[in-house]
Design a protein around this ligand. Structure first.
Ligand code: FAD
Length: 315
């Protein structure tokens, strides 16, 4: 089947996101092979349609009016264990990769157990992390498709420019992650089970049950808070017992008593102040208004600028 035959029109996207919000894609295609990916990118170029890459949809907010362009869903879900390495398709679920690793007594991915929706490609792009462990720690190589040069290329970990919630993929939109090799380590199964339990328990207690897109804002370096508002920095220090470099945006939002604040169907989660939940009929407009309300409150009361971790699609 040619790529024209595979591309569908006016496809609803809300159900493909964990927020369950957003309008349809003008054009939509799922790609499972390298050839399909390069054909889809070329099709968008030829037809002058903007290109959007969608994976697990667990960190995005889609415009209510939908996406005016071609949405490419990365659907190469292969996972293969080779010794201490896992070869992953970018569309493979991160949790599935973690379960496979755990079954082989490999450590390095336990922190991701219980994150709904996330894929390996999405995790690499945002350098997903939890409990002090990050995607960057286990990436050996990443195979990308360069949508400008129309070529595949393999990058080393160093080439990926990883940082806190940062990578070269956030700077270079033309880099589409196609596959990756993760390097894990053998570990005692009891230790692995303990890390799995830590991840599951934390998420069950702290994460909202309603649809969300995970953390809305990036955490804030304590150095920034010290510079902008030394009184707040001291207050934060008293609240947190262990040493830290970044302060959870949720803590700052909670200190303003904003949990439960609601605009339309969007609400600041009662369980975790850095999560906005969809109480049933939230629109992207509701979420955007709530985000700007939070940013304004934090700026006015604490002099701190919050930055979004969630990615806007089609705005
Ligand atoms: C309840 C909940 C809990 C969460 N907990 C955590 C957590 O503990 N730690 C954490 O780090 N995150 C967490 N998240 C956020 C989210 O799961 C991660 O950011 C995840 O890595 C996003 O992956 P995704 O596949 O869903 O990407 P998507 O949301 O589909 O996409 C995110 C961005 O990456 C781009 N993208 C995706 N795949 C590719 C690709 N193959 N090539 C190029 N660009 C691509 C998209 O265009 C978009 O800009 C949580 C989310 C939820 C809903």
């Amino acid at each position: 089947m040619s790529i024209e035959q595979k591309i569908k029109q006016n496809i609803p996207l809300a159900s493909l996101t964990t927020f369950k919000i957003g309008g349809p894609a003008k054009f939509f295609v799922e790609v499972k092979s390298k050839e399909e990916l390069s054909d889809a990118v070329e099709w968008a170029k030829t037809n002058k349609e903007k290109l959007f890459i969608l994976a697990g949809g667990s960190n995005i907010l889609i415009n209510d009016n939908g996406i005016n362009g071609l949405v490419v869903k990365i659907a190469n879900n292969d996972l293969r264990v080779k010794g201490e390495r896992i070869e992953c398709g970018a569309g493979a679920s991160l949790s599935a990769a973690a379960s496979l690793a755990i079954g082989k007594n490999l450590t390095g991915l336990e922190w991701s157990i219980g994150i709904p929706g996330a894929t390996v490609g999405g995790a690499i792009k945002g350098n997903a992390e939890a409990f002090g462990a990050a995607t960057a720690d286990i990436v050996e190589t990443v195979e990308i498709f360069n949508a400008k040069k129309l070529k595949f290329k393999t990058l080393s970990n160093r080439d990926c420019g990883f940082g806190y919630r940062a990578s070269i993929f956030k700077e270079r939109d033309e880099y589409i992650i196609w596959s990756a090799v993760l390097r894990l380590k053998k570990e005692n199964p009891d230790i692995i089970q303990e890390l799995v339990k830590q991840s599951i328990d934390f998420r069950q207690q702290k994460y909202p049950k309603l649809p969300s897109a995970g953390s809305v804002f990036k955490n804030i370096p304590i150095k920034v808070i010290e510079r902008q508002n030394p009184v707040l920095a001291e207050e934060v220090r008293q609240k947190l017992s262990s040493p830290f470099e970044n302060v959870g945006a949720g803590l700052i939002i909670d200190m303003l008593g904003l949990k439960g604040k609601t605009i339309g169907g969007a609400k600041i989660s009662l369980e975790h102040a850095n999560h906005i939940v969809n109480t049933g009929k939230a629109t992207a407009g509701d979420v955007v208004m709530l985000i700007s309300y939070i940013k304004q409150q934090v700026r006015d009361k604490f002099g701190i600028q919050l930055n979004e971790e969630v990615r806007y699609f089609g705005f």
